[in-house]
Design a protein around this ligand. Structure first.
Ligand code: HEC
Ligand code: HEC
Ligand code: HEC
Length: 370
């Protein structure tokens, strides 16, 4: 992680006042509900145009009237027509396609023709050098989603890197810093294995519990892959070395930069030996990419704050959680880690999510300040 660059900002610390896209949208939707539709009004307006990317027209893009359920799919030539709109009332049109950031065209007044909306594809690789954005403090995401952040700071995900139970279990100490003696090994007991056999702790020497680093001295292990995933991109990291945003463990910026999950095609479970971040594809922005200074995946196709938001249906699927909440270590299957909101630990990972780790803005309507 380079310290030269200012931490990336959710809504760009250097890009003027932050606004909260989703929340703004919800607030807008709320007020719009009060003001329309007027019974009897004839919605004869329409908006038509073309969706493209840098190469040319984009077929099968989703085009929406922001804050409504009115939408169409662009045709083979990227063309679309939204009809049944109130003439003269200014609206925002959004467009999205899988692999692209959401695009917006503001201040469109039906009837309008010849609208051209160009979508920017998001990067297909991660920039491991980029700094994570912390949930609190300067440039933090708390600025954009204050109430949500305040609530979420109590979530176990955001406390994962500071959880004393985890840290002591990792480092081989108790909470006072007392350390158990290192694990003693004897040679393999069976000729066909080459595993060393761990021994019981020596009697008479104070013992403070079994821990990872006592057994596997000198290796970081894969604990951070799930507990502090930001220190394990691209390789295994030591969770005790977490700095800045990574002190929050599984933090906002990490979850909202998960662009894809790689599961076994048949079992639909994480590959053996690929816990947490090793089964996740992260999409951090690249410094020299002026078009895409930021990227956040979310559940809306019709918002885009100053930053680059991209709709990602994956966020609604339990596949999203599976790499961290399911694991196989050697031949031991860890199903017990399936958390309560998932509720169906036995049923595989391919189903919809009954719950999410934090309260969502629609639960917080009116509490946010934007
Ligand atoms: C596959 C992802 C994954 C890996 C790898 C992993 N954990 Fe966990 N761990 C979890 C999850 C998820 C939970 C929360 C389970 C729950 O509460 O239902 C958890 C819970 C824990 C807890 C209990 C925390 C508490 O406060 O109750 C400890 C301690 C812990 N892990 C230590 C470790 C250590 C040490 C390692 C490395 C040897 C490790 N974990 C590796 C996913 C993982
Ligand atoms: C463990 C992963 C995880 C963490 C940590 C997390 N989120 Fe989310 N977030 C999600 C998922 C999954 C959804 C979609 C849930 C749904 O709609 O069913 C979501 C939805 C949202 C939404 C709703 C709008 C949208 O774009 O979908 C906002 C805003 C949001 N998160 C902000 C935050 C902020 C701010 C934090 C940190 C304080 C945070 N998230 C931490 C996984 C996470
Ligand atoms: C990058 C890894 C990661 C992802 C992705 C992730 N989690 Fe977690 N989750 C964890 C870890 C690690 C813990 C344990 C933190 C601790 O207790 O210190 C945890 C804890 C939890 C807990 C608290 C369990 C308890 O007993 O208190 C719930 C609930 C939970 N996760 C739900 C989810 C859901 C739902 C998703 C998907 C939207 C998800 N998580 C995605 C790593 C992850």
């Amino acid at each position: 992680m380079s310290a030269k660059r200012p931490a990336r900002g959710v809504h760009g610390g250097n890009r003027g006042p932050a606004t909260s896209g989703p929340l703004l949208l919800l607030a807008m939707a709320f007020f719009l509900c009060l003001s329309f539709p007027t019974p009897g009004a004839v919605a004869t307006g329409s908006v038509s145009g073309v969706i493209s990317d840098h190469r040319g027209p984009l077929p099968r893009a989703t085009v929406l009237v922001q804050g409504s359920s009115q939408g169409v799919i662009s045709d083979a030539a990227g063309r679309f027509t939204l009809s049944g709109l109130a003439p003269g009332r200014t609206i925002t049109i959004s467009a999205w396609k899988d692999g692209y950031c959401n695009g917006l065209a503001r201040n469109i007044t039906p009837t309008a023709t010849g609208l051209h909306l160009q979508l920017v594809p998001y990067q297909s690789k991660d920039n491991f050098q980029d700094e994570w954005l912390p949930p609190e403090g300067r440039g933090g995401g708390g600025k954009c989603h204050p109430a949500l952040t305040k609530m979420s700071l109590k979530d176990p995900h955001l406390k994962a890197a500071r959880n004393p139970r985890f840290l002591t279990m990792y480092a081989g100490t108790d909470t006072e810093g007392n350390r158990s003696p290192e694990t003693r090994y004897s040679p393999p007991s069976r000729f066909w294995t080459n595993w060393l056999q761990p021994q019981r702790p020596a009697p008479g020497i104070p013992y403070y519990g079994p821990e990872y680093l006592l057994d596997f001295q000198g290796t970081p292990g894969n604990c951070a892959a799930c507990h502090v995933p930001g220190v394990s991109t691209p390789g295994d990291g030591d969770p005790r070395k977490a700095k800045d945003a990574n002190k929050y463990g599984v933090h906002c910026d990490f979850c909202h930069k998960i662009g894809a999950v790689n599961l076994h095609p048949l079992t639909k479970m994480p590959h053996v030996g690929a816990p947490g971040v090793r089964s996740l594809e992260i999409r951090s922005p690249f410094e020299n990419d002026s078009e895409r200074t930021q990227l956040f995946f979310g559940t809306f196709a019709d918002v885009n704050t100053p930053a680059n938001d991209a709709y990602l249906p994956l966020l609604k699927e339990s596949r999203f959680c599976a790499p961290c909440h399911f694991g196989v270590f050697w031949d031991t299957v860890l199903r017990g880690v399936a958390p309560k909101p998932l509720q169906r630990p036995q049923s595989g990972a391919g189903e919809d999510l009954p719950g999410v780790p934090h309260a969502l803005p629609h639960d917080l309507q009116g509490q946010e300040t934007h």
